[in-house]
Ligand binder design. Structure first.
Ligand code: GLC
Length: 414
């Protein structure tokens, strides 16, 4: 079996972390398969994939295509038209490259690669879209993907919630929900830790301080503001220090915070001294183990939420925003605690509760680890992918998607 994976960027956002585990689990299950990865931009994913024995090609996107966002509107349409000429050239060279490799499967990640995959795949190659985000709120992408869906044999989606959304906006597309996996030997409760205070340029926290961190890219909807507001709402004397771990990684304009903006928000809320900014930390498991509580604070329904399963696998207490696919990953009060998206008062209440209850932190951590072992193991992922690759047309898994009111709401808002 020869598979070509297509991914727009080399930096490690959620979809790339997911892809890395796809590559690792397929490689472990099928050492004889020929795996290729084409990236539209260089970055750490390239080396990660090479280390797994995947053949990596970096074919940089033309600048106009790299900048093309996917949230819709006239501005996006103008950008799309500007990108059309250079995209066509890029597509031609991608088509030649694919023809030479002649893969059985083209597995694409990211909306631009879904389109390019449909446009350029050799006729005998089957195309599998791996959809990581809701399509309905992205008007431009929704519109662009529709005509291309006939070229796609099947779409893998990362949760039942996303399955339901895609079913609605791309009718007729065959959909298979497959949960992401993580490396359970890397994301472990015990192991190296980091000095987060030093990384953030802070003096060491007093003994007994409970460390609470948000680990995310700086996309606006990841809820950094809600996290800072929650810290500002804690009762005086709550022994908590907050950490913002991560940075701005996307090229598309207008959808992410800059570090200065977040510093200003922390100043305005008078929590600048209770929160440290570490920047992006490569060793995510060590960063997680250095925290007592991991916060996921997305303000919109989260399609999946890698950080939730990573935090559980590290045996840490996780507080997650309960909407979308994220709500499928844990049982509230058992393997993690939930708060409604965008509700800083409720988030503050959960942080405060955990800061005062070490026993609850421990039991959530243990149940979280057990849940991660049960649901997010790489072997399970490899088995599901093998079934899809072996016979994409024959896969019987169908989305048993529950309608999610929240997605209905966002799609109506845009
Ligand atoms: C995208 C989604 C995120 C998910 C990740 C991996 O980044 O927004 O929710 O965890 O893909 O599937």
């Amino acid at each position: 079996m020869r598979i070509v994976y297509l991914n727009p960027v080399g930096r490690l956002g959620g979809a790339e972390t997911s892809l890395r585990e796809v590559l690792a689990s397929v490689r472990a299950a099928e050492p004889g398969w020929d795996l290729w990865l084409l990236l539209g931009e260089d970055g750490p994913l390239a080396q990660n994939a090479r280390d797994l024995g995947v053949r990596v090609f970096v074919k940089p996107y033309p600048a106009s295509l790299a900048r093309l966002g996917d949230s819709g509107g006239w501005a996006a349409l103008t950008r799309l038209l500007k990108a059309a000429g250079s995209s066509a050239k890029y597509a031609r060279s991608l088509a030649l490259w694919l023809r030479e490799i002649d893969p059985d499967i083209v597995h694409s990640n990211g909306f631009k690669m879904h389109m390019l995959g449909a446009w350029t795949r050799p006729r005998r190659s089957r195309l599998i879209w791996h959809i990581h985000d809701y399509v309905s709120p992205r008007r431009l992408m929704r519109w662009l993907l529709r005509p291309f869906r006939k070229a796609c044999t099947l779409a893998i989606v990362n949760s039942r919630s996303v399955a339901h959304d895609v079913e609605r906006v791309l009718p007729g597309l065959r959909i298979v929900p497959i949960y992401n996996a993580i490396d359970l030997n890397r994301f472990t409760p015990d192991g190296d830790r980091l000095d987060l205070d030093a990384k953030a340029g802070l003096t060491p926290a007093a003994p007994g301080t409970v460390r609470v961190g948000l680990i995310a890219t700086f996309a606006v909807w990841k809820g950094h503001k809600i996290f800072l507001e929650a810290l500002a709402r804690l009762s005086p004397g709550t022994p908590v220090r907050g950490y913002i771990i991560g940075g701005p990684i996307y090229q598309t304009a207008g959808s992410q915070w800059s570090v200065q903006e977040l510093h200003q928000t922390a100043e305005r809320l008078a929590v600048a001294r209770q929160v440290g900014f570490t920047g992006f930390l490569e060793d995510t498991p060590a960063a997680m183990r250095s925290l007592d509580v991991i916060v996921h604070a997305s303000t919109e329904p989260e399609p999946f939420g890698m950080v939730i399963i990573e935090g559980m696998a590290c045996g840490r207490a996780v507080i997650a925003s309960q909407a979308g696919g994220a709500a499928e990953l844990f049982v509230d009060g058992e393997s993690a605690l939930a708060h409604p998206p965008g509700d800083s008062a409720e988030l503050a209440r959960q942080i405060e509760r955990l800061s005062r209850d070490e026993g609850l932190r421990r039991s959530l951590g243990q149940a979280g680890r057990a849940n991660a072992e049960k649901m997010f193991d790489g072997k399970r992922l490899a088995d599901e992918l093998r079934a899809v690759y072996a016979s994409p047309e024959g896969v019987s898994v169908r989305a048993k998607a529950q309608p999610t009111g929240a997605i209905q709401e966002i799609s109506e808002r845009v």
